[in-house]
Each structure stands twice: as C-alpha cells, then as structure tokens.
Design a protein around this ligand. Structure first.
Ligand code: AHR
Length: 500
C-alpha cells in the first residue's frame, strides 16, 4: 500500500495572527492534591522556606507558562478570599461544597502570588459569582491591586505584602451555566451580574481585563443561547469570553478520540461567530476575544473518584494517569487553538499539578506525565506568528464526521528567523509523507525534527518508569531546493524547526 501524503501550503505573507503567549497558560485549583502536596508541602524535603515544592517549580518553569488561573474552577463558587489571608493560625477550616472536602486555608491568595513569582508566571484570578457577588469581587481587587490608603489595601500591607499584586486578568465566576455550580444562574441572571461586577471592578482598576463565563462545554444544552444572552448583557464590561472542554476515550475508539480536534475547531468557530454577532447587534467597536481557560483530557479517574470519602482534606482526586494517545490529543488541541490565534488570546491547560495534570508528585519526587511533552514543546517553540496554511491530506470517517489524518500548524518567528511546524499524524497504522514548499524561506535549513511516538497508545509514564514516553530528536526531515520532506511515523507528534 502507498504511503499517505500530506502537503502543507505555506506563504509567509498570509498570516492568521501573532501568538499571544498567554495561550500557554495553565490552572491551579484548590482541588485534590493540586495545592497541598502539589505546589505546597512544607514538610517535604523538596520544600523551600515558604513550603513551596522546588522540584515542582523547576518543572513548571520548563513548561514556560505565562499565566496560571486560580483558585478555581468549581471551588471559586464558594470561595471566601478573606479566609485565606492573614496569620495562618487564625485561618478557619472551611467546607468546600464543590469537591465535598475540607479546606485548611493554609495556602492562600498571597502565597499563590508569591508562588507564581518563583515559577516565572502570573496570576489569572477568579472571583466568586456563585455564592457571592459585586462586593466581594470589589474587595478582593482592592486588597490585591490598590497601593494602600484604603481598608483592604492596608490589610494586605499589614499581612506583609507591601507592594500591590497588580493582577491584570480577572475571571468573572466559573462555569455559571452548570447546574453543578454553587449559585448556578440563568444566562440573563449571570450576564447582569457579570456586567455589574465587571463595571465595579473596572471602576476600581481600569487597567484590568475581565473574562465572562461562556459554556462549560459544547455539549451543554444551553450552548449558543448562553453566549448570546450573557454577552448581550455584559459586552461593554468584558474583554474575553471563556470556553471549557474536556475529552475522554471511554469507548476505546482511539481514531474517534483523536478526531475530537474537529469538534473543538467547530466549538471555537461557533463561539467566535456569536461574539461577532453580538458585536454587530451592539454596533460595538471591540472584538470579544476567547479565553479557552479549561481544556484537557479528563476521564481516567472518574470511576475511582466515586470512592472518595467526603469531608477529608486534599484526597487523591482527579488524578488521571495519562497515556500516549492522550499526549497526541493534547498536541492536536493545542494545534487547533493556535490555528485560531487571531481570536484565542488566553488558554489554560487544566490543570497543572496532580489534578488532571502534566506534573505529578509523591513524597519521594515529581515526574512528567505523557501530556507534559507536547505542552512543553509547543509552549517553548510555538511563539511568533501563525501562518495561514492550506493542507492537502486524506480524511477518515469518525464519530465527529470526516477528520483529517493530519493536524498541523506553522509558526514563523521573524526575530529568531525560524519556522516551526507542529504536526500530529493521526493515522494509527501508516506513516505519512509530509511535503512543504518553503522556497520563500531562502537559506533556511532543518534545525531539528523532534518526534513523540510509541508503539502502544496506552503507554504511560509513572514514578517508577518516568521515561516510557519521551520525545526524541530522531525525525528525518530535510530540505532540498527549498522543499521540505519528512516521513511522519504512524501515531506521532512531530516538531520540525527550520532556521536560517
Ligand atoms: O478542572 C476541573 C473542573 O472542571 C473545574 O473545577 C470546573 O471548572 C470544571 O468543570
């Protein structure tokens, strides 16, 4: 049988848009062992003087994550930020209804901001629009961003943080369309609250940017109507609309699972259409951009989580052990988002440590799950301008309709004089021949062709075997007369960088 062929048509003058680095964001929620035993474990031999795990900080830094969303997630809809600041011995133990656990509050808002500084990232803060509203949102912003001279800004200084945190990005609640959410609302109720909260917050600090909640997934029965109604209410007060989406391979249909990028692409395009329709109806001047602030694979831990005893502290929760096919889909999801770089300005891999995460910890160490690698490679090499590529490639039938065998994107970095192609060969049986006409990039050569592949789609990395699935710089891409050729192994993620 003949090898399948993919041809990428690249033109350096046809650009989708510059990559906003915040598309490589992530997420830490007070959930499971993300905070406690994840980023914070004072009794650990790996802890620094503030109790932060240094081994985890090192792994986070390698991921090059510009923003981390905090403190939730569902947790934020019952969040009382005041309980998390001030002397630790005075902080109350509180009930978290979202995850049915007890929160010790020994790690709070100020500790998180300090942790982000050590991890070379920034805070994307969420306010509680579930059980609370404008007043609490205004107060936490005053505590964080005002220099001093007011009750809450002085309180921060008394607590030992003299300088304001200066947090720029604020999420107005979380998944307010979900009936599982504390303080769940109709689209109109939420849209009004988001508008008034955003207004008050921008009166307090006009330099901030706000994110309104879109749908919790494409499958929500209110999808579409929700976005339209919410934005009609709060268009003037918000800068971004959120999208959330998790995928799973529950039916063990790997080809169908990898085809989820088709569904994700549709989701993004549909949300953009609604944002633009609202702009038109409002005779608006600004575009509403997208914040894909929760995305990942999440299903492996669903069954075991049903056994968790309620009202304990930081149990093992949502601890998905990722396999190789999950890494392929994560790469495909990132490629899909990058192909919408003109509108997706923020995205958060949910989450970062221990909870549906690329990084896992135990008392004896920290290790990289399979999904760590596509994120690390794309985050570090995918900065620049996304080119508008046309792709000729065969399709296969899937539960999501026709799916291309190849997911790919090309990113040009003019400063560094590089072009990087990210490509997932979703063919589970055959390798694929890739051809790219790069004659416009005269004098460029192949710098590296990194491949992430494995013969077993279900292969995992564990603490005992952390290097089972790792990328290797052993691809065969080459350029001849300005034409790039490469063989992409079956079921593989490829990173090809060409350089002057
Ligand atoms: O990331 C896990 C959970 O998924 C978040 O708390 C919630 O926002 C979403 O449903």
């Amino acid at each position: 049988m003949q090898m399948k062929k993919a041809t990428l048509h690249v033109n350096k003058h046809f650009k989708i848009g510059d990559v906003d680095d915040r598309i490589y964001g992530s997420f830490i929620e007070h959930l499971g062992r993300a905070v406690y035993e994840g980023i914070y474990q004072p009794e650990s031999p790996f802890a620094d003087e503030q109790g932060f795990r240094k081994d985890v900080i090192d792994l986070v830094k390698q991921l090059n994550v510009p923003v981390v969303r905090y403190p939730g997630g569902n947790f934020v809809s019952g969040y009382r930020w005041e309980d998390t600041v001030g002397p630790k011995e005075k902080r109350p133990e509180t009930v978290d209804l979202a995850w049915q656990v007890i929160e010790s509050n020994q790690f709070g808002l100020n500790e998180f901001v300090d942790w982000t500084k050590k991890s070379k990232t920034e805070t994307m803060m969420a306010v509680n629009l579930g059980t609370r509203g404008i007043e609490a949102a205004k107060n936490v912003l005053e505590y964080c961003n005002l220099k001093g001279g007011s009750y809450y800004s002085n309180l921060r200084r008394e607590h030992g943080w003299e300088q304001p945190h200066d947090i720029k990005l604020w999420c107005l609640g979380n998944e307010m369309d979900g009936p599982w959410q504390e303080g769940h609302k109709t689209a109109y109720e939420y849209g009004r609250l988001a508008a008034e909260t955003g207004r008050a917050m921008k009166m307090m600090d006009p330099t901030i940017e706000t994110v309104a909640c879109g749908s919790s997934s494409l499958q929500m029965p209110t999808f579409g109507e929700w976005e339209d109604t919410v934005l009609m209410e709060c268009y003037d007060q918000v800068d971004y609309l959120s999208l959330h989406q998790y995928y799973g391979n529950r039916d063990n249909d790997s080809a169908g699972f990898l085809a989820n990028t088709v569904a994700m692409d549709q989701f993004i395009s549909q949300v953009i259409s609604i944002c633009d329709a609202v702009k038109a109806k409002k005779r608006g001047k600004k575009d509403i951009h997208l914040s894909f602030d929760e995305w990942n694979v999440w299903y492996h831990s669903n069954e075991q989580d049903k056994q968790i005893e309620r009202w304990t502290q930081h149990p093992h929760q949502l601890e998905d052990v990722y396999n190789f096919e999950d890494a392929l889909l994560v790469a495909g999801m990132m490629i899909t988002m990058l192909r919408h770089a003109d509108r997706i300005k923020i995205a958060c891999l949910a989450q970062l440590v221990n909870v549906i995460a690329p990084i896992m910890t135990s008392d004896t160490g920290a290790w990289k799950q399979t999904i760590y690698y596509p994120f690390e490679l794309i985050s570090n090499l995918g900065r620049g301008t996304v080119l508008q590529t046309e792709i000729d490639v065969p399709f296969y039938e899937s539960v999501h309709g026709d799916a291309p065998y190849l997911d790919s994107v090309a990113i040009m970095n003019e400063e560094q004089e590089t072009v990087t192609i990210f490509a997932v060969n979703k063919d589970l049986n055959d390798q694929m021949e890739l051809a790219v006409d790069l004659r416009q990039f005269e004098g460029y050569h192949v710098d590296k062709h990194v491949v992430l592949t494995h013969s077993d789609l279900k292969a995992e990395n564990t603490e005992a075997q952390p290097n089972n699935v790792v990328p290797k710089a052993n691809g065969n891409a080459s350029i001849d007369g300005g034409r790039l050729g490469a063989v992409l192994p079956s079921q593989s993620f490829n990173v090809i960088t060409i350089k002057k």
